[in-house]
Structures are given as C-alpha cells and as structure tokens.
Design a protein around this ligand. Sequence first.
Ligand code: GLC
Length: 473
Amino acid sequence: MKILYAASEALPFASTGGLADVAGSLPAALVRAGHDVRVVMPLYSSIPTRFREQMTTAAEINVKLSWRNQYCGIKTLVHDGVTFYFLDNEYYFKRASMYGSYDDGERYAFFCRAILEMMPAVSFFPDVLHANDWQCALSVIYLKRNYNHIDEYADIKAIYTIHNIAYQGIYDIRTMGDIFALNAWDRSIVEYDGALNLTKGAIVCCDRLTTVSPHYAEEIKDEPFACGLHYIIRDNAYKLSGILNGIDMEYYNATLDPEIEQNFTAEDLSGKAACKAALQSELGLPVNQEIPLIAMISRLVSHKGLDLVQCVMEDILLDGAQFVMLGTGDLAYEQYFEELAAKYPEQAAVLIKYDKSLSKRIYAGADLFLMPSKSEPCGLAQMIASRYAAIPIVRETGGLYDSIKPLNDLTGEGNGFTFTHYNAHDMLFTVRRAVNIRQDAARWDMLQKRAITMDFSWNASSAQYVKLYESVM
Ligand code: GLC
C-alpha cells in the first residue's frame, strides 16, 4: 500500500507535542510491516542542520492559491526506513516558532495545497492520504473538492485523524476565498457556527475519521469533550473509529537509554534508585530514596487538569512528597508553578521549558507520574513513564482510560492508579493511596515490573491502521 502521511510536525525533526511522536513512529512501524509510507511536513527553520545536510532536492514547484503564487522546494531524506518530504518556503516557515503566527491559516493552506501539487512532481500518488490535525485538514478538503476529478487523484482516499479536537483551525468565513482558495459553493462544507472551521470541513470530506484512542472516539460525541463539534461528530460517527497510539519502545527504553543516569530492567530495578538520586540532586531537592517523588511533564493548559493540581498540590507537599513539573504554556499556570517552587524550595522543582532529554531523566527518576487531565485524546506520557517504571496516576479519560487500569487491591491486577471524576479531592485521595502502596516494597516492585513490560508498541495499532487503509481502498 502507498500511504502519504501528512503532519505539521514529526520527530526527530520538529516537535511541540505528542503529534510529533506519532508522526515520527507510526510511519516507521507501517514501513516495517511492508508498506510504502512517506511523510510530508514543512521545512521549518528550526530543523537542525545535521538533518538539512542529509536532504536532497526532489523537485521545485510553484504553488498557486487564490491570487498567490509561491515557490515550494521539496527536500527529501530517508529516516528509519521512511521517506520524508520537507516543503520549503522561507516566507512561511522561517519563523521563530512553528505555530502562533498571525497568518497560520495562510501558512498551512499553502502547506496543504503543496501536498497535492507535490504528488506529480515526485511521482508519488498514494492510495491513501492520511492527514493529521487542523494544520492538514485542508489537504483533505482540497483533495475531495478540487483534485478528485483529475485522473491521477481520483482513487486517492483520505483518512483524517484528530489528535486533539480542542484545536480546530477557526477563521473568519470571509477569508475562505482569498486566503484558503475555497469555492463559494463549498461554504456549507467548511462553515460551522458562523465561522470557517477547517476541522469540520475535513471531518465532512474524509473517507474515514479517526482519533487516537477508542475512549476519546466515544467522548467526542458528547458536548463536554467536543469543543462545539459534537453534532458534526455524531453525524459522521459512521466513519469514526479510535486507534490507541503506540510509542517508540526502542527510543523509550530504560534498559538501553544513554540519556539516563543508570540503565535498569524489569528484572533488576536497582539502577532506578541511581536515576532518582541523580534527579533529586539535579533539581536541588534533598537526595532521599524514602521521599516519594511525583512528576508531571505537560503543556501548561487547562485541559491537562492543572486546576485540580492547584487545588491540592500543597496538601500533597504537606504530606512530605517531592514534586517536579516540566513544561511551558499559559502564563497564569507558569506563574502558579514558579510560586509553588519558591514557596517550597525543598520539595518542589519547576522547569518552565520543553526539554526532551531532561524529560527522560525525570521519567527515569520519578516514582509516580501524575496526569489528571480533564480530557486527553491519547496521552503518551503515561506510556513513556511506565517504560521507566514511574507509576502513572491518571484521570479516567480518553487514552488514559484505555492504557492505564487501576491497581485492584483484591486481584492485584492493574498498572497504575486512576480516578473517575474531575475532582481535586478524588485526585488527592488517589495520590495518597499510591504513596501508601509504595511503602509495600513487594507490591511496588511488582507494579514497576508490570509497568516496564507493558506492550505500548505500535504492533497492534499499526495493524489496525493497515486494516483501516484496506477498508477504504
Ligand atoms: C495530542 C493529544 C494527546 C495525544 C497526542 C498524539 O497532543 O493532546 O493526547 O497523545 O496528540 O496523538
């Protein structure tokens, strides 16, 4: 099968969150299963030189959109068996940050149009165009509304994956012609709630709609989770399914990871203590194995459950625990966490940044990993934490529900701690329960072994994608 996988970010080239993990690992898993999968993404100026040096120019084209006519270089390299195409236009992608420009709509409209224009230039017409999140939504809309009548494009099917329905790509409907080059007669396809909504347009146009966990696929049919799109999701539920993300089990591997203090295995967890001591000392916290160390690595935005944390974190610290938070986001949360660290310098360490390497040292050093999300389409951190024997404490939502099952006192089953209701004291109770169970060395050891050996690989999920692709062809 020939798949063109379109994403606005992919590891190891450019990353701001979980989408990059998925775009950097699912295509490779599909290639290993024998498929011709290629990834297309923008050539951001932040992509490191060591990768740029490996790229060659596959083609150079011009991309017309409305009255604009822009150069587009198509650079390529092979990484992990996957051919990557990087679409080059400095006017659009030589920016200080990947997202957040006033003209993001125009930038990703260019990207999406270029994806379709690229196909003849590199002689690759896929069986399936698999587009991810709102930045790629227009590639689905253009395919179905502007290209499917052309012979070479006629058989291309479109899969659209929602990684987080909170980000939809909403613009003034009056820009649909000028900026997005959409035809006036397509207004009903892209219009929602009086605005131009790119996600809505892709949901309507795609052949199959997916999201990143089965539970989230159910949740987004309901108002509290759908950020306004529940009617559209329900209307299109016949083509919706949820496939749980996997992670790169080699990259996140406590046994071999060169970036952590000492390696450890499920059979011999002793290296984990060294990782914890090194982390405590790096963070300027008292080095003490007895003290439970609770970690969060998260974007600092409301749906990550930070208001629960704000409510009861001081209770957790007053119990004696240590806490580390790594992440960036909304200013109000950044300030809250910085104040917390200033108030409890012996117990709380806060790092307002995005740092992949530090995140691994935190996973490896922490005892417990907290993810109290209000909503969580999939969540990868709970899986990654498990790989490093940091036991997840999660709220039962989305992919957290699908991947972490609560420790059952009677049967001993379960791979973490969970709570159901979005309630700060339920979270506090669950944290206390986890901290108490940690006192029982035998149970804790069993839980850590189970966490490390969980199969969070792409094996099962990539097979589900293959089935999905086959079902539309
Ligand atoms: C988004 C979601 C997250 C998911 C990731 C990868 O970042 O918020 O839950 O794990 O995409 O699909």
